[in-house]
Design a protein around this ligand. Structure first.
Ligand code: CTP
Length: 403
């Protein structure tokens, strides 16, 4: 897949630079031509000699060595991909602000090819708002960010910030640039998590949804080159990888509005959220007290009204090319209910999970699904991790709609 591809690999000053040695080996082994550019501080961590030997090309570091001048424009145009791994906090900040003080930054600014970065830093630096703002800036320029991993860090701490492993970087390149996914360039919206319907400023009606299934689907679609927006309900839900746009919502009504705002431009919509079916008719502006000033029990009756069914409403406006996927969580008559939902909500696929199945349910890391399609297929899968289930769902979308 990488045979004959031209990669400029930028290496910056980070302990993770040792992984770049393996990365160069993997790239060369896969048939790519690799030209390495190092920032001056990268040579504190790995030697140019090792990298020039493995890449079979001279390692570049300076814009000029007093005798000749490295043509940064030509390097940026030569490459099919510019990959910067590891990307330090320092170089990230300079890239975000257009600084140009070394060859790596000059090539970055003149690159006409896609730019992919694999950040590496300590956890506290990773979570600093400046880092997030700088990465957002890079993404707004169209650069691709390979998410950091959780693990042991050079500081001895354990947390987010480890650079992705070389094998994962290779997978990312293949999946995003060289595999030609049938979903490349498509847009998707995914809903995930619960909604909270407020009774008063303190209390709400909610449910146990962890958002894990929606997050796994969003991640899988993103890996296949889809431009993904995750519409996430409230609670302590796990956030997705950088690269996936997130819209936070609280109530079913907010989720409805956000879905309708984004659906017209989407190719695929997956409604994985556990949306509240009922919401209080009135939300008290002050906390409701359980006793009056005289100490008398006030009692509590909450009048509820049905929320609008988002999936159904999208089914009503769905265009011919749009793919709409819904979920059904049932405890009995599963297949009949799932088929009913396909019809009533005009969905293309309904993913059924039954609470009678051991591996399925709220908060679990596994799920057991059966997919029902509009075309009449009924595909049952074994119990799998939610990541694998997401792959099955995305593969089914491709097979039935994009193959
Ligand atoms: N859904 C939605 N908007 C709602 C309620 C549900 O979009 N207000 C979506 C869910 O995201 C899911 C599907 O509809 O994709 C679930 O269908 P639903 O009819 O709500 O299933 P149940 O809650 O299981 O319904 P029932 O009361 O029929 O068991």
């Amino acid at each position: 897949m990488l045979q004959g591809k031209k990669i400029v690999l930028g290496i910056t000053g980070s302990i993770a630079a040792y992984k770049s040695i393996f990365l160069v080996r993997l790239l060369v082994k896969a048939g790519a031509s690799v030209k390495v550019i190092m920032t001056p501080s990268a040579s504190d961590f790995v030697t140019p000699l090792t990298l020039s030997t493995l890449s079979k090309n001279e390692v570049l570091m300076d814009i000029s060595n007093g005798v000749s001048w490295a043509n940064h424009v030509q390097l940026g145009r030569w490459a099919d991909i510019m990959l910067i791994a590891p990307l330090s906090c320092n170089t990230l900040a300079k890239m975000a602000h257009g600084q140009c003080e070394n060859l790596l930054l000059a090539v970055y600014l003149s690159a006409t090819c896609p730019v992919v970065v694999a950040p590496a830093m300590d956890e506290d630096m990773w979570h600093h708002p400046t880092t997030k703002a700088n990465l957002d800036k890079l993404q707004s320029f169209g650069n691709h960010v390979i998410p950091v991993e959780k693990g042991e860090l050079a500081s001895g701490l354990f947390g987010d910030g480890r650079m992705a492993e070389p094998e994962q970087i290779m997978d990312y390149l293949r999946e995003h640039f060289f595999l030609k996914s049938p979903l490349s360039g498509k847009k998707a919206i995914i809903t995930a998590g619960p909604t909270y319907e407020p009774i008063d400023p303190v209390r709400f009606i909610g449910n146990h949804s962890s958002g894990k299934m929606g997050l796994a689907i969003a991640t899988e679609l993103y890996k296949r080159g889809v431009d993904v927006t995750l519409i996430m309900g409230p609670g302590n839900l796990e956030m997705p990888a950088t690269g996936i746009a997130v819209r936070r919502v609280n109530t079913a009504a907010e989720m409805y509005t956000t879905c309708h705002e984004l659906f017209p431009a989407a190719d695929i919509a997956v409604m994985a959220a556990a949306v509240a079916d009922y919401t209080p008719v009135h939300t008290a502006t002050e906390k409701i007290k359980k006793t009056t000033a005289e100490g008398k029990d006030t009692g509590m009756v909450v009048e509820l009204a049905r929320t609008r069914d988002i999936l159904k409403s999208l089914g009503e406006i769905k265009g011919k090319e749009q793919v709409l996927v819904g979920f059904a969580l049932e405890t009995s008559n599963e297949a009949a209910y799932a088929k009913g939902k396909l019809q009533q909500k005009n969905a293309d696929l309904i993913v059924l999970n039954s609470l009678r199945d051991e591996g399925a349910g709220f908060g679990k890391d596994t799920n057991k699904i059966t997919i029902f399609s509009k075309s009449g297929e009924e595909i049952a899968f074994d119990t799998k991790t939610k990541t694998e289930v997401a792959k099955d769902i995305v593969d089914t979308i491709i097979r039935l709609h994009y193959a």
